[in-house]
Design a protein around this ligand. Structure first.
Ligand code: FAD
Length: 326
């Protein structure tokens, strides 16, 4: 049985949690057995039915005062109790800050290794261990890891898999109140403040992203790339140099300290492809680099490249698109 830790917000299970559930189903096909989910603390209305639509047959809900506020150790105590009750042979969590923290606590409590930011399963398991591929170095490199099963503890990198619905299965909701110790409650969230509105949604979900970096030359240098993004029904993304200079807002930044994108097509114009930028765009399916420097990392890693000035190349692409569309 695969147990998936599910984070929720007011709307239900978070997107990255549903991705983890989808990954859990893939794992369950390998190991046999069903997929269960664990919700800790607040349980939004309808979340069990939502999870049933993603193939979850049982939802375990840890309730009680100890879970009224988030804490890494106390959530791990809930996961450990759910594992003990169900005999789960693997626990999967989203690669979110909370998912990573809780799984790290859990792995330490169980004295087992943990695989963070898994993106796929290998094919050569020996029945006792699971071969996983995971992102390391901020997503700039992939590592293969042999993870002992029973229990395997892992998180799934955000947007490495797509959340997939299935015909809804019947779902059982089981409430339980795990025992926790004082030590589990030492570090807990004591207050929260509303975050600034997240305007990066269009960028992270776009099928086409047109990116621009220092090569844009200044705040006035984005008209061409913005037009190209509009012509292709895509979103505009930028490098950190651009946001640091105040040329464009931070929610447009791609990279380690910006958004991670995985569009079908990423057109990177005047962007060198520094490792911190690459961390945010490496999972793009096709990359077209437009750069004056044929040795720029973005050019050498791209699927296609045009060597030239983006202020000449991009308007030419725009004109050709408009001409072909009549
Ligand atoms: C802790 C940390 C976190 C970071 N996080 C991020 C992050 O999240 N995202 C991010 O992007 N960076 C991040 N950075 C910064 C990163 O290291 C690079 O400095 C940054 O990505 C470079 O931006 P750039 O490619 O636009 O600029 P540059 O590296 O200066 O490259 C400009 C490129 O444009 C080309 N060029 C110049 N003029 C033209 C033209 N007219 N036409 C075509 N090409 C042209 C040049 O050949 C060059 O390749 C981070 C750095 C650190 C230390």
């Amino acid at each position: 049985m695969i147990l998936t830790l599910v984070e929720t917000d007011a709307a239900g299970a978070t997107e990255v949690s549903l991705e983890a559930v989808t990954f859990g189903r893939t794992l369950a096909r390998r190991t046999g057995g069903p997929v269960h989910a664990l919700v800790v603390g607040a349980r939004p209305d309808g979340v069990a039915d939502q999870l049933a639509g993603h193939g979850v047959g049982e939802v375990h809900h840890a309730t009680g005062e100890a879970f009224s506020a988030y804490g890494g150790a106390v959530w791990a105590a809930a996961v450990q109790a759910a594992m003990a009750a169900t005999g789960a042979e693997a626990v999967v969590a989203p690669g979110s800050p909370r998912g990573l923290e809780v799984m790290a606590h859990l792995a330490a409590r169980l004295d087992v290794p943990m695989a963070a930011n898994v993106v796929g399963l290998g094919t050569e398991d020996d029945g006792e261990a699971l071969r996983v591929t995971r992102q390391v170095m901020g997503g700039a490199a992939l590592e293969e890891m042999l993870l002992p099963l029973r229990p395997a503890v892992l998180t799934v990198a955000g947007h490495a898999v797509q959340a997939e619905q299935v015909p809804a299965v019947s779902v059982t909701l089981r409430e339980f109140s795990p025992e926790v110790t004082e030590a589990d409650l030492v570090t807990r969230v004591v207050s929260t403040e509303p975050a600034a509105p997240d305007l990066s949604g269009a960028l992270t979900s776009a099928k086409v992203v047109v990116g621009a970096g220092r090569g844009a030359g200044g705040a006035e240098g984005f008209a061409g790339v913005a037009e190209l993004a509009e012509l292709l029904g895509g979103a505009l993304g930028v490098s950190r140099v651009v946001t640091s200079m105040g040329w464009r807002p931070h929610h447009e930044q791609i990279g380690q300290t910006g958004s991670r994108i995985s569009p079908d097509l990423y057109i990177a114009c005047g962007i060198s492809g520094a490792i911190q930028h690459w961390a945010g765009c490496a999972s793009s399916k096709t990359i077209l680099a437009v750069n004056t420097d044929e040795a720029a990392p973005m050019v050498t890693k791209a699927t296609y490249a045009v060597i030239g000035d983006m202020h000449e190349v991009v308007p030419a692409i725009n004109a050709e698109i408009r001409r072909r569309r009549g």
